[in-house]
Every structure is written in structure tokens, then in C-alpha cells.
Ligand binder design. Structure first.
Ligand code: SF4
Length: 449
């Protein structure tokens, strides 16, 4: 991308893993409303489950997740017990014992659990829900805290996809983000996963980190490709020290500037697609045979809180402090403070702290934004025909995209728009044109690139 355009569209816009986005959730949606929504679900519907393990062994300074550092296991065991209680609280409010075809354990670091507790957690879920035999069971893994026994426990529990946090292999970068993780540690864990029969392996990388250069990132990506993962996620580091205070540990002068960030993204994208990975949306790369690449080719790609996904479930139930669930009626967010979360669960209350109900107008706009994020193109006449809605309602939004069109980032043909290859990384800025909540509450977001 031309550097002047990278600067011009350096907007701070949402990542659009939901619509409306989380900053617009309000405390008016609480436990009672969530309980009613759960009770009204169609008993034959399929669920997707997300379990948030809100602890890590050490704090990475770039981290944007909700997590807490635990030096001892007691708080983790205590938290896990509450998580199980929350599972029971939710199950008691569902209209039936429901089927589940996606389970995702994230955090924090699920690998802070003991192998026994990991296995017990999956047993607990299987006792409560009908997890279908071919369910996708995915886990985020910090190689620094995963040993052979943990990986064996994951395999025995039916885990079939693992996302490995790497970020960057360069020792200098690792030091400046407080995440020292030698290449050999990551490679050993991947070897154990394969020996245990878990071959669906993702590697998560980040660009825009302190002291990262195009050259160092190229080396990191070479090493990552050499480990032959099925998917690679490449996220831009979101420096938001006003929200995540520990990011102040990262010296701002060590961060690459906007132009350098763009060069890193561009070079990494070329390298990954050159190695045969299909680019999925803005920040994922998948082997051609991977379900994510196939879903994108067939127009079935979806986007949820985990990013790009093949998960088409209409209901995502999230457990754990800060978990965000998505139901046909709206979104719900759990209490983020771990102590408050535990207290509510122990009192037998759903720990819902905020949320938002969605109406048909929101659902339509969510569809518009999701298609644009996933397909990098959008046919508003066709989409509105599916929804029995008037496409003219978007004409003002389309008109606001004229500057992006004039700059060659978007091609517009009537009510059909397509991001150009140069415009692809700025798709979030294009989606923002359709976001009727944006800029209402003076909320700050991360950079578009
Ligand atoms: S391991 Fe992951 S969740 Fe934990 S501090 Fe590091 S980046 Fe954050």
C-alpha cells in the first residue's frame, strides 16, 4: 500500500468480531435476561462453547487478553471449580440437554491447568452436553507451560486443534515483550502434539512488536512455515496502554512506526501466500486443504470472538470471567473481575455483567459487516433480498466510502463493493461505514493496520 494511504486511513476502528461491538454492551442486560434468553433457545439447536481460563504463569507485556498471573495453583483450582459451577448454572436454564459441535478453551492459558484438571473439565462438559462425535475441540496453548503429560491429556480428551502462541521467534523481540520462548520449546511441543495424533496446528504470530523489523519477521515466518502448521494467524500488535496498563512496559520508541508496520504486514503476507497458504480475510492464513480455506472459497467463512472460523452455530455460550457469549437474542458479557465472578457463581447467580439485545436492523448490519470482513466483497442488493430488507437504507453508508473508492481501495458497482488487494488490510475501516453505533460514546479502538 502507498504509505500516504496507510497514514490517511490509520483510523482507530473495531476488529468486528461481533456487531454491535463489546464496548457498546451495557449493564442493563444482566443475569435474568440471560437466563430468559437461554430458556428460549430452540432445544434442537446446536451450541458452541467457549471456556475462558483466566490465568497465566507470567504476563506478556503485549497481552490484550483478560488474564491474571498465578504463582500458585490454588487460585486456578478455585477458579476452575467456579467455572464448572457456571456450566451447571447455564445447563439448568437451557430448555434441554443440547448438542455441541464446537468447544474452544482459551484464555489466559488453558495450559496452566494440571493434566488431571484439563481432562476433568472435558469430562464435565461431556456429562452436561451432547458433544457430537466429530466436534471441533480446540485449545490455545502456551508452549512454555505445556509438558508431555498435558499434551497426552489433551489428546485423550479428544482435542483435535491447537493454537500455539509464538508471536515472534527473535530473542530481542521476545525480551521486549517479556515472553522468552526459544524456538526449540515450540518445536518440541509441536512434535509431541503430532506424536499424540493432533495434527491440526495453528501458530499465532504478531507484527508491529518492539524491535521487530521486516527482516526479523521474515526469519520468524520462515521458522514458522518450517513447522508446517495448518494455519497461521498474523495479528497487528494493538498498543492500547490507556486500556492495558502493563503495555506501558513496552517503550514506545521501540515500536515500529505506521509505515514500518505496513511493510511488515505486506512482506509477511507475500511470504505466506508464496509458501502456499491462502489468505483468509485480513489476518489468517490457511493451507489450501484446511476447512478455513475451503469455507472461504465457498463463501461460508464466519467471524466470531475467536476471529475467522468455520463455526456456524447461532449460539455461542461463554464460561469464565470476561467470557462473551452470542445468542440469537443478543450478546452477554460475564463479569471481568475474577473475585466478583467467583462470588456471583458461588451465590448461584449467572455472572452476567453486561450485554446488548439485537434487533433485526442490527442482525442485518451484522450480516453486512460479517460478509465484508470474510469475503472482502459485498452485494447489498443480494444480501437485502435474503433479509427482505430495503437496500436503499445503505446508500448513505455507501456514499461515505467514496474517498476509499477514489483512492483505489474499493471498487464499487451500484450496491456491490469489493476491496482491492491494496484495500484488503483496511477492510475494518470500510466496515465502520455500516456501523451505526460507532463514535457514539467516544470509545477508542486499535489501529486499522
Ligand atoms: S500467555 Fe497469552 S494470555 Fe497469557 S499473558 Fe501471554 S499473551 Fe496474555
Amino acid at each position: 500500500m502507498r504509505p500516504e494511504l496507510a497514514a490517511k486511513y490509520d483510523l482507530r476502528v473495531p476488529r468486528y468480531t461481533s456487531y454491535p461491538t463489546a464496548p457498546h454492551f451495557a449493564p442493563s442486560i444482566g443475569a435474568d435476561r440471560y437466563a430468559a434468553w437461554l430458556g428460549d433457545l430452540a432445544p434442537a439447536g446446536r451450541l458452541s462453547l467457549y471456556l475462558h481460563i483466566a490465568y497465566c504463569a507470567e504476563l506478556c507485556w503485549f497481552c490484550g487478553c483478560h488474564t491474571k498471573i498465578a504463582r500458585r495453583y490454588d487460585p486456578i483450582a478455585d477458579y476452575l471449580e467456579c467455572l464448572w459451577r457456571e456450566v451447571d448454572l447455564v445447563a439448568a436454564r437451557l430448555p434441554a440437554r443440547m448438542s455441541v459441535d464446537h468447544v474452544h478453551l482459551g484464555g489466559g492459558s488453558p495450559s496452566v491447568l494440571t493434566p488431571g484438571d484439563f481432562a476433568a473439565t472435558l469430562d464435565r462438559l461431556r456429562a452436561t452436553f451432547d458433544i457430537v462425535p466429530d466436534a471441533a475441540i480446540a485449545v490455545e496453548l502456551d508452549p512454555r507451560t505445556a509438558d508431555r503429560a498435558y499434551i497426552a491429556a489433551m489428546a485423550a480428551a479428544g482435542v483435535n486443534r491447537v493454537s500455539i502462541g509464538v508471536q515472534d521467534f527473535d530473542p530481542l523481540v521476545q525480551r521486549f515483550i517479556n515472553r522468552v520462548q526459544p524456538y526449540e520449546v515450540t518445536a518440541a511441543v509441536i512434535g509431541w502434539l503430532r506424536e499424540e495424533g493432533i495434527d491440526e496446528i495453528n501458530i499465532d504470530l504478531i507484527y508491529g512488536l518492539p524491535h521487530q523489523t521486516v527482516r526479523s519477521l521474515t526469519k520468524t515466518i520462515d521458522l514458522a512455515i518450517g513447522l508446517a502448521p495448518k494455519r497461521i494467524a498474523l495479528f497487528g500488535y494493538a498498543h492500547v496502554p490507556w486500556m492495558k496498563k502493563h503495555q506501558r512496559m513496552i517503550p514506545e520508541e521501540a515500536l515500529p512506526g505506521l509505515e514500518e508496520r505496513w511493510l511488515q504486514y505486506e512482506s509477511a503476507t507475500r511470504q505466506l501466500t508464496g509458501a502456499g497458504y491462502a489468505q483468509i480475510g485480513i489476518d489468517h492464513f490457511a493451507a489450501a486443504s484446511d476447512p478455513l480455506a475451503i469455507a472461504q472459497a465457498e463463501g461460508r467463512l464466519r467471524r466470531n470472538f475467536q476471529g475467522y472460523t468455520t463455526d456456524a452455530a447461532e449460539t455461542l455460550i461463554a464460561f469464565g470471567a470476561s467470557g462473551i457469549g452470542s445468542l440469537p437474542q443478543g450478546y452477554v458479557g460475564n463479569e471481568t473481575d475474577i473475585a466478583a465472578y467467583k462470588k456471583l457463581v458461588r451465590a448461584g447467580t449467572l455472572p452476567t455483567a453486561r450485554g446488548i439485545a439485537v434487533d433485526d436492523g442490527d442482525r442485518l448490519r451484522r450480516g453486512v459487516i460479517e460478509r465484508l470482513m470474510c469475503d472482502l466483497s459485498l452485494d447489498l442488493d443480494a444480501l437485502c433480498a435474503e433479509w427482505d430488507a430495503d437496500p436503499a437504507q445503505f446508500d448513505g453508508d455507501l456514499a461515505s466510502l467514496a474517498p476509499m473508492e477514489a483512492d483505489g481501495l474499493i471498487i464499487r458497482d451500484g450496491r456491490r463493493i469489493t476491496m482491492t488487494e491494496e484495500g484488503r488490510p483496511l477492510v475494518r475501516a470500510a466496515c465502520a461505514a455500516f456501523d451505526r453505533y460507532l463514535n457514539r460514546d467516544g470509545i477508542r479502538h486499535s489501529r486499522a493496520i
